[in-house]
Design a protein around this ligand. Structure first.
Ligand code: NAD
Length: 480
């Protein structure tokens, strides 16, 4: 699962680089903060940039591999951010993504600096054996340069990488640092059997759900939009049925929202009556497409699905899908950015003028990095969440239930018993920590929005991040 930063929403015609785009957003937001120029310059700058070229034998030939690791900010350590394998990897992109990780972590109070890594390869061109060689060599280069470690810099998966690559990195690191008891904390997104944490797979989609639910539970926001309070009965359209989109849709569906539309690359489907997300996934497995699912209207041009009637729109697939061309036709009152950069700046402006709430990616899809933080905590504490207290809680709950039953003379039914007696296991605690994070951060951003005359939530989220990183730098002082 990817641990990605927010890409700069920008049209293809933009005349500045990705990193410069991030700097522009930063500059816009920084005018709402109180920091002096020097501190702002320090926050913006990438602290350490590692550019690597290393040889790997592929078949009969030696290939020179280009790779990067950028640590954007050391105001909190370790640094944190994914590693992507893609032919598009370049220094500017890695710098931009590393800086966005700093801001994303700050927004959700994950105490890490931002980082990002990348290897310029197309993973599809290599066998698993070759990929393992490249990954291990990259990891050992990071060790040599002191760019990885549980207290230094902790990578995670991103495009083209997953739990398998994270396992290889953890093993390489542990081999080069024998006896380092916290070695597993050098990387997150590992399989559960290798120190991973339960709940990470669905974390980003679940975070999207918690964030949007909080918007719907906030009275003033719902009043402004002319919508009823609460998530139940809200009509939702989701674009992309991948990791983020599927899990977001699943949690909306499970909690009483009505999934009226789904868009995938093969087309879209719409039904006012609602679509069973589990059945659509089965249908797609069987037929290879979401189209022709019983009871829905097919939408040939997938992007048109975004323009259908709904309360909440979750673009969770690609960048720039809502732009100057279609933003005016978007009917949703809440747009929750599950993907990175699904709205262009033009679209942002148009939707803002229409009175919609755009919940920005930098906050809304931070569930992955939040749960990565929990995985890191688990690795450092060397114990599964819930192991020490689950049974204790169950015994306490049992005593309380017995006492209540004794006092009232009434017996709880089986469903009530199971619910009351249940002590928290790892997934429960991870979900609870994520829920608390998404709720708390939403209100932090909202308070900034309302107290500083800022008109959009994206700028408010940036301000929220700059405030926290700025205070950190101020308090650390400037080393003589
Ligand atoms: P994914 O590859 O699992 O899913 C993407 C889905 O979008 C796929 O099902 C794909 O078929 C679909 N899709 C592709 N083209 C489409 C089109 N034209 N119209 C509709 N659907 C289309 O990727 P993901 O991990 O779910 O990531 C989705 C977005 O969320 C990306 O922008 C990613 O950067 C961002 N993100 C992901 C995570 C994470 O934890 N996975 C975290 C933060 C941000």
């Amino acid at each position: 699962m990817a641990e990605t930063a927010t890409s700069t929403p920008g049209t293809k015609a933009q005349h500045y680089s990705f990193f410069q785009g991030v700097e522009r957003n930063f500059d816009k937001a920084s005018s709402f903060t109180r920091f002096e120029k020097g501190i702002l310059e320090q926050i913006k700058a990438c602290n350490s940039i590692l550019q690597l070229k290393f040889p790997v034998r592929i078949g009969e030939k030696i290939e020179v591999i280009e790779a990067y690791r950028v640590q954007h900010s050391h105001h909190k350590l370790p640094c944190k951010g994914g590693i992507r394998y893609s032919m598009d990897v370049n220094q500017d992109e890695v710098m931009a993504l590393a800086s966005l990780m700093t801001y994303k972590c700050a927004i959700v109070n994950v105490p890490f600096g931002g980082a990002k890594g990348g290897i310029k390869i197309n993973p599809k061109n290599y066998t698993p054996f070759e990929l393992e060689k490249i990954t291990r060599r990259y990891a050992s280069e990071l060790v040599k340069k002191n760019f990885i470690g549980p207290g230094i810099d902790v990578p995670a998966p991103d495009y083209g990488t997953g739990a398998r690559e994270m396992s290889w990195i953890a093993d390489t690191y542990a081999s080069l640092k024998p006896g380092e008891v916290d070695a597993l904390g050098c990387v997150t997104g590992k399989p559960i059997t290798q120190g991973g944490v339960r709940g990470r797979t669905e974390a980003t989609g679940l975070g999207v759900y918690y964030g949007v639910r909080e918007v719907c539970n906030t009275k003033e926001d719902m009043k402004k939009l002319g919508l009823e309070l609460g998530i139940e009965g809200k009509k939702v359209i989701v674009q992309g049925l991948g990791n983020v989109g599927f899990h977001a849709a699943k949690f909306f569906f499970d909690n009483g929202a009505i999934i009226v539309g789904l868009a995938e690359y093969e087309g879209g489907i719409y039904s006012e009556k609602g679509i069973d997300i589990y059945k659509v996934v089965e249908h797609r497995k069987a037929t290879g497409s979401i189209l022709d699912f019983p009871g829905v209207t097919n939408i040939k041009n997938s992007a048109d699905t975004l323009e259908q009637e709904c309360d909440i729109l979750i673009p969770a697939a690609l960048e720039n899908v809502i732009n100057a061309g279609n933003a005016a036709r978007i009917k949703a009152k809440i747009i929750g950015e599950g993907a990175n950069g699904p709205l262009t700046p033009d679209a942002d402006e148009i939707l803002h003028k229409k009175g919609a709430i755009v919940v920005p990616d930098m906050y809304l899809n931070a569930g992955g990095v939040t749960v990565s933080y929990f995985e890191w905590l688990k690795n450092l504490s060397h114990v599964r969440f819930g192991r020490m207290d689950k049974r204790f809680s169950e015994n306490q709950n049992s005593l309380i239930l017995q006492t209540v039953e004794g006092l009232t003379g009434k017996r709880a039914n089986d469903t009530e018993r199971t619910m009351i007696l249940h002590g928290p296991d790892e997934a429960d605690l991870v979900y609870s920590g994520l829920e608390d994070t998404m709720i708390g951060s939403y209100h932090e951003i909202r308070d900034i929005l309302n107290s500083r005359d800022i008109s959009d939530m994206r700028t408010a989220a940036f301000v929220c991040a700059i405030d926290k990183v700025g205070v950190s730098y101020e308090e650390l002082g400037i080393f003589p």
